[in-house]
Design a protein around this ligand. Sequence first.
Ligand code: SF4
Length: 319
Amino acid sequence: MAEQTILRTQNLYVECKTNKGVFGEKTTIHAVNGVSLDICKGEILAIAGESGCGKSTLAKAIIQLEPIKSGEIFFEGKNTLSSPQKVLSEFRKKVQMVFQNPYASLNPKMKIIDILKEPLEINTDYSSEKILKTVKDKIKLVGLDENCLNLYPHEFSGGQRQRIAIARALVLEPEFILADEPVSALDVSIQAQVINLIKELNEKYKLTFLLITHDISVIKYLADRIAIMYLGEIVEIGKTEDIFNSPLHPYTKALLSSAPQLNKTEHKKIILKGDLPSPANLPNGCKFHTRCPYVMEKCKFNIPQEKGISHKVSCFLYE
Ligand code: SF4
């Protein structure tokens, strides 16, 4: 794994407003709360956590699809939140996103060739020959035949559509891909094709991935490092083998123990009490204290600081 940082977030906060109640009063959702992450060039960093923990919002905030309340995002050393338009357009070419649902993310009225040409026509000054060559190269790269370019999205299976979505992300020759639950909408039988494609793109072409998923077995197979997210905070981060072999944070232990795919002797089952609190009403102190089996008095009023060097955890048990 290369050590050069390609993307860094510093103390990132994202808040969303939603309408609530019959009178439409606004509620503030504290989706991302002070996330600082370094993602190394060429690695696959997975963000894991329950639904509603803020992982998808974090990915969207990185490519500025969500409004950022405060914090910084650096890509290749440049601050993307205060960069001139030219730097920002370069960033948008180099960082692409693959969404969860390939059924919804491809325009059903467009042929595949037009779906793949569109980003090149908007973002480059390539000749029409170069655009066509790029499109053909990328469709082959994802394991599909160029004959499929004249078909429409509905003529493909879910796995093929997700490959097309990945080809669309690749046409601008990105360096970094945010993959938000890239296989969760697919049948189990075809998930492996897309998982193996991600692995190949990472290993052969050194593409960096931020992988958002709740599927622990996908993470175990693909990720170099894992960040565990709870209520918009990273509570533990480390190399995949360290997180699986010696998880530290009580939430990480519970999350791993709940994965049906893992060998039950690997992680003793831990049942957490209660549900994930609402991100509209965050607990004080350690945000996990309302469900933590090891909660202490100080956890209810104080926020634990991150400790560690390559394997980091935020929990008073390690202070
Ligand atoms: Fe549990 Fe306290 Fe650690 Fe939070 S700081 S995870 S409540 S022990």
